[in-house]
Write a protein that binds this ligand. Structure first.
Ligand SMILES: Nc1ncnc2c1ncn2[C@@H]1O[C@H](COP(=O)(O)OP(=O)(O)OP(=O)(O)O)[C@@H](O)[C@H]1O
Ligand SMILES: [Mg+2]
Length: 210
């Protein structure tokens, strides 16, 4: 039975779509059957997939795409769960009825957060909601700058709030933005790059937390 993995946070621009795309590429390139659902009306992931089709050709993107009505998500996902190892959902930056349906339908909720005080504050209510749904949200620090003192202070505050934080972090690197724009993941470009290693580590940690 496939695992439903959601990247969610009501804070905009935290890296939900970037992680959705890169983890889809990681698992697909590793031989798993992967589907993605773009639950965000901004449709960033849909754009990424259309660029991916231009790059690799319609039948060769390695990832299946579903455009479900989010209000019936749980039933829709149930119908396709057998066909996939991983179903990745990219969520909108909001806490709405739809977001709750996504959280309920998920096996794991992963919460990208940029290590800044404002982003942290905006994330705390979302963590609470995920916990109320009996999901143990795991924070993934994204766009981490090298040697940032702020990051340590943020980690302390997040821990104090009871949040679980992934050991693996994603650095701030232009390659994440550049590869997304052309429908690729950092793993497609160079599987031994620092960015690729970060995605591989995050992927493994996600699997350990399902
Ligand atoms: N690790 C990173 N290094 C550099 N740029 C990044 C990184 N992660 C994300 N970005 C860039 O930051 C911006 C926001 O990322 P992304 O679109 O993944 O966030 P999001 O949470 O999906 O946003 P939204 O809430 O609007 O859906 C994008 O321009 C993306 O390319
Ligand atoms: Mg997004």
């Amino acid at each position: 039975m496939g695992k439903v993995i959601t990247f969610s946070n009501q804070k905009g621009g935290s890296g939900k779509s970037t992680l959705s795309a890169n983890l889809a590429v990681l698992w697909s390139n590793s031989g798993y059957k992967v589907a993605v659902i773009d639950a965000d009306p901004q449709k960033s992931l849909t754009y990424w997939l259309s660029e991916r089709k231009k790059y690799y050709g319609d039948d060769d993107i390695g990832i299946n795409f579903y455009n479900f009505d989010i209000r019936n998500l749980a039933e829709e996902v149930k119908k396709i769960k057998r066909k996939y190892d991983f179903i990745i959902i990219d969520s909108p930056p909001a806490i709405t009825f739809e977001t709750l349906q996504i959280i309920k339908a998920s096996n794991g909720v992963f919460v990208p957060v940029q290590p800044s005080p404002l982003d942290l504050m905006a994330t705390l209510p979302f963590l609470q909601i995920a916990r109320e749904e009996k999901k143990k949200p795991l924070i993934i620090l994204n766009r981490v700058m090298p040697r940032a003192k702020l990051t340590d202070a943020m980690i302390l505050r997040l821990r104090y709030s009871g949040a679980k934080i992934a050991r693996s972090r994603i650095s701030s690197k232009v390659i994440f933005a550049e590869s997304f724009a052309v429908g690729r993941g950092v793993i497609d470009i160079n599987v031994t790059s620092d960015a690729a290693k970060e995605i591989i580590n995050v992927g493994n940690e996600i699997l350990r937390n399902l």
